[in-house]
Design a protein around this ligand. Structure first.
Ligand code: NAP
Length: 279
């Protein structure tokens, strides 16, 4: 019998998760495992989850846009998923739902030698990725400032995170005010600069880019963004988002299989898939 896992969302065709996971299964000789893409329209998510679990032979699934919130009533979300308000990994064996973006992000910071405790961190964005980053950073004792194009969305997000997760040391500001304060680390959680809009940057022109900071860029396609160029030109150090993508996938792999994920294999498969998709 094949143990199936996969990605549900609408659409899912763009995903490189099958490349990462199937490469990992092959590398470990797990030929009875397979990772599949499962497009599911948002209006039938509950029925589809039951079908995958009861008839489809699925052990679990990753969840992407726009289903990360809508799957929540059908699973038992853990504390982290409840706090962030989004599930990206489901285990059908116990019905649990978690959010591995937080682990992916924090593990990748650590792998790059960054301990956010006590750092002044500027987070750009107020969507799902920003929620995961802010939750992880605040839980790691960083001092977080959030800026977002739609400032009211950022205020609502922080109010919710304070209420659900009890996080502290998070404020919302305008970019020009935030840029005048001490910044150690900037985390781009907006989708600005993502392929095909590679000439765009979330940093508003006219606001001087801070010198010598570290930039964590969640966008991973392209591997080098306009914002990364801006940071480098001001003497900064940059980290791209591929590591987070691979590590959130690795966390799901380990949850489903109980085996240590072969990170090198997953990195290489992800890189190759991105190159292939960019042609
Ligand atoms: N590396 C990884 O593993 C990983 C994991 C998760 C996400 N990501 C990446 O992170 C990015 C955000 O994902 P998400 O799920 O958080 O998306 P989302 O929920 O749609 O949020 C998008 C964010 O980008 C902002 N934004 C969009 N267009 C903008 C523009 N033209 N100017 C200024 N701000 C703009 C939005 O601001 P408004 O609120 O004003 O609309 C919002 O803050 C995506 O590129 C995604 O691929 C990477």
């Amino acid at each position: 019998m094949v143990n199936k896992v996969g990605l549900i969302g609408w659409p899912v065709e763009h995903s490189i998760s099958p490349n990462m996971h199937n490469a990992a299964f092959w590398a470990l000789g797990m030929t009875d495992w397979s990772y599949e893409l499962v497009p599911i329209p948002p209006d039938i998510v509950g029925k589809s989850l039951r079908t995958l679990r009861d008839e489809g032979g699925f052990v679990g699934v990753n969840v992407t846009v726009p289903l990360k919130q809508s799957v929540m009533p059908y699973v038992k979300p853990d504390e982290r998923a409840r706090a962030i308000g989004a599930v990206n990994t489901i285990d059908f064996r116990d019905g649990s739902g978690t959010n591995t973006d937080v682990m992916g992000f924090l593990d990748d910071l650590k792998a790059n030698g960054i301990n956010p405790a006590g750092m002044n961190v500027l987070v750009l964005g107020a969507g799902g990725a920003a929620r995961a980053a802010i939750y992880g950073l605040a839980r790691s004792s960083a001092k977080v400032t959030v800026v977002n194009r739609t400032i009211d969305r950022a205020r609502e997000m922080v109010t919710e995170l304070v209420a659900t997760a009890g996080i502290q040391n998070v404020t919302v500001e305008m970019l020009d005010d935030a840029a005048e304060q001490p910044i150690d680390l900037i985390v781009n959680c907006t989708s600005v600069g993502m392929w095909p809009n590679v000439e765009e940057s979330p940093w508003i022109s006219g606001v001087p880019f801070p010198r010598g900071i570290t930039l964590y860029e969640m966008v991973y396609r392209p591997e080098s963004t306009m914002l990364m160029h801006q940071a480098i030109s001001r003497g900064g150090h940059v980290i791209g988002g591929l590591g987070m993508l691979v590590r959130q996938g690795a966390a799901a792999f380990e949850l489903w299989t109980g085996k240590a994920a072969p990170l090198d294999v997953m990195f290489e498969a992800a890189r190759q898939a991105l190159v292939a998709k960019s042609k």
